[in-house]
Design a binder for this molecule. Structure first.
Ligand code: BGC
Length: 252
């Protein structure tokens, strides 16, 4: 089945490969997310099988957008900070298109997808100028959009802040690993945001990732100067952005 004005998005994460059909007029999921556990090791072939399962389960035969937590250039994964290293150099677009019967497929970075979704339907919908989305999870992902145009693969989670990579300082996983309180963790996030705002001068930061659900506990504690707003689309942002990317022909 495929429906005009709809596309299918898949978000590949550390624990699950999640997908759904998306109504592109509203950015709403048409049904509950379908989730298949991420295989371990998460090699390209094993993940591709999981992707095929999600799409088959939905009975969808139209275009599919897919996120990866890595730099993606022309469909090929170029980095693998928090995923299996065997992704580096893999032509992910070709691999997924093959397991999906040769249909139209777009592959893009997970934070870039979230940024596109927040910009079109969510927290950044009515914001103009330079918008910087950061996702706080296992790592820190980034999406930079200027008047709605995405600058892909920015990888700002790897910027050095006080001699330490930003994501090793302030990812949500560091809060869990080191048992940091919200005030302690927010101080680390502030250092990262201050570094970024002094270099890029964004109009606003959008904070995404699972921990943005608890934004009331930490966004008010941030000490940087640029306004920080929580993401709207929560755990659907990657799926929605992937669907949007394939429908709009955005293929970084
Ligand atoms: C990766 C990015 C990714 C981010 C969030 C980082 O470690 O380098 O590509 O967007 O994690 O998953």
């Amino acid at each position: 089945m495929s429906v005009r004005g709809h596309a299918f998005g898949i978000d590949i994460g550390g624990s699950g490969v999640k997908g759904a059909e998306v109504d592109l007029a509203t950015g709403d999921l048409v049904h509950e997310r379908i989730k298949v556990p991420t295989p371990h090791p998460a090699t390209p072939n094993a993940v591709a099988d999981a992707v095929a399962k999600v799409v088959a389960q939905a009975g969808w035969d139209g275009p599919v957008g897919i996120t990866l937590p890595s730099v993606v250039i022309d469909g090929t994964a170029r980095s693998a900070a928090n995923i299996d290293k065997s992704w580096i150099g893999t032509d992910a677009r070709k691999l997924f298109a093959t397991v999906l019967g040769g249909r139209e497929v777009t592959v893009l970075n997970d934070a870039d997808a979230a940024g596109l979704a927040e910009d079109r339907y969510g927290a950044a919908k009515d914001l103009s100028g330079l918008v910087m989305l950061l996702t706080f999870g296992t790592g820190i992902g980034s999406a930079v959009m200027y008047h709605g145009t995405l600058v892909p693969n920015t990888e700002l989670g790897h910027i050095e802040v006080g001699g330490v990579e930003a994501e090793h300082r302030a990812a949500a996983s560091i809060k869990d690993r080191d048992g940091l309180s919200y005030p302690e963790w927010a101080a680390e996030v502030s250092k990262v945001l201050i570094t970024l705002e002094n270099l890029f001068w964004p109009n606003v930061f959008v904070a995404g990732g699972g921990i943005s659900r608890d934004f009331e506990q930490w966004i008010p504690l941030l000490t940087n100067r640029t306004p920080v707003v929580p993401a709207d689309l929560k755990n659907a942002a990657g799926i929605v952005g992937a669907a949007l990317a394939v429908s709009a022909g955005i293929a970084p």
